[in-house]
Design a protein around this ligand. Structure first.
Ligand SMILES: Nc1ncnc2c1ncn2[C@@H]1O[C@H](COP(=O)(O)OP(=O)(O)OP(=O)(O)O)[C@@H](O)[C@H]1O
Length: 371
């Protein structure tokens, strides 16, 4: 029950007066995998799902399921199930009959359809709720029924359009676990639209980043976080550190000094902006204990660069430090502009505004983006 899904150069224009909602998007989703479509409001996330589902026709390009162009197929014949932000259940039907609906439409006798529906209700942990009216359900339960109803049509591709955005954080993480269960039991190909990067990384194997209808990057979760294809992707993924400079002999040179780059990256000479996640920056209080990411260790002094803490912001139990380098902070490479880095620290040892700290940038976490 799984299919390979390919968008090949898909564009969608709602009107000639406006920019396209999708602009020559090529997106390859492997059978049985889960891709999250992430992007700001208006970037084309819902449109991409709607053209996959056949709810909107493409302007150009193709949607291929297992290599077959589905342009001529009506939505219900594409082997896809869709779940929307609002569950859109049939209010006049019981929970069980909502889930049995797809079987009933395709001519399965009521008794058999109801037995099948029970199986899908069990899968979404609503066994025993079948006789209820949908009006008696909580928001999270309604969304589970909507998922069971989509699964009962045995889709090879499951399209989820922000289905959890109206739920509170605890329910959302229950739903993420439910998606894992569904993947283990049925292995459908899943495309999930979300504007929440934490949700994308919790649920998906890969993230596709959309901006103004353009696919900026489709990569593993680690890939989009630690090897962003552009500064826009880095920012959309919540990256805070951008250090302008120049690559010379395999190292990035800036106010941070020379930062060695992983040999596997593009290290050809020329202007480039260094990006490094705030969680990956190792910080050590000078003269004090080490803290920050353990992997860098307190003895990793060789690559350290010294700066001054100019700000601290609490992020729940963690803290986000702003550290300044260069003439206004501490030691920096002569002749280069001042620069700031952000470093996210786990709970534990304190550091005060004004303290001097040594910062380590592990080569595996450092990436560069061409200007
Ligand atoms: N039916 C339509 N008619 C005209 N323009 C549309 C239509 N649907 C979407 N658009 C436009 O296409 C672009 C992409 O819209 P879309 O709904 O796909 O974005 P989105 O990323 O899902 O946004 P959001 O996160 O706010 O839901 C927007 O500029 C939107 O105004």
């Amino acid at each position: 029950m799984t299919s390979h899904l390919l968008l090949d150069g898909v564009s969608k224009r709602f009107s000639n007066d406006h920019a396209p909602a999708l602009d020559a998007v090529t997106l390859d989703v492997a059978a049985g995998s889960c891709t999250a479509i992430l992007g700001p409001s208006g970037s084309g996330k819902s449109t991409i799902l709607r053209v996959m589902a056949g709810l909107d026709p493409v302007t150009s390009g193709q949607v291929l399921v297992d290599g077959v162009d589905v342009a001529g197929l009506a939505p219900e014949r594409r082997g896809m199930g869709m779940v929307f932000q609002r569950p859109l259940l049939f209010p006049h039907l019981s929970v069980l009959d909502n889930v049995a609906f797809a079987d009933r439409v395709s001519g399965v006798p009521r008794a058999v359809a109801r037995v099948n529906a029970e199986l899908y209700l069990d899968m979404v942990q609503l066994g025993g709720y079948g006789r209820r009216s949908v009006r008696e359900l909580s928001g999270g339960q309604e969304q589970r029924v909507a998922i069971a109803r989509a699964l009962a049509a045995r889709p090879r591709v499951l399209l989820l359009d922000e289905p959890f955005s109206a739920l509170d954080p605890e329910l959302r993480s229950d739903m993420h676990a439910l998606i894992d269960d569904i993947r283990s039991a049925l292995s459908p190909t899943i495309v999930l639209v979300t504007h929440d990067r934490d949700e994308a990384s919790a649920v998906a194997d890969r993230i596709a980043v959309l901006h103004e209808g353009e696919l900026l990057q489709h990569d593993t979760v680690d890939g989009v976080y630690t090897r962003p294809a552009s500064l826009r992707v880095a920012r959309l993924m919540g990256g805070l550190n951008e250090v302008p400079g120049i690559i010379v002999d395999g190292a990035h040179v800036s106010a941070l000094g020379r930062v060695r780059l992983d040999a596997g990256r593009d290290v050809s000479d020329g202007p480039a902006t260094l990006v490094v996640r705030q969680e990956a920056v190792g910080v050590r209080a000078l003269g004090g204990d080490a803290f920050g990411a353990d992997a860098f260790g307190r003895d990793a002094a060789a690559g350290d660069v010294v700066g001054k803490v100019t700000g601290i912001r609490h992020l729940g139990p963690r803290r986000l430090l702003t550290i300044r380098f260069g003439a206004a902070g501490a030691e920096g490479a002569a002749g280069t502009a001042d620069v700031e880095l952000n470093a996210e620290l786990p709970p534990g040892q304190g550091v005060a505004v004004g303290s001097r700290v040594a910062v380590t940038l592990p080569p595996a976490a450092v990436s560069t983006v061409r200007a």
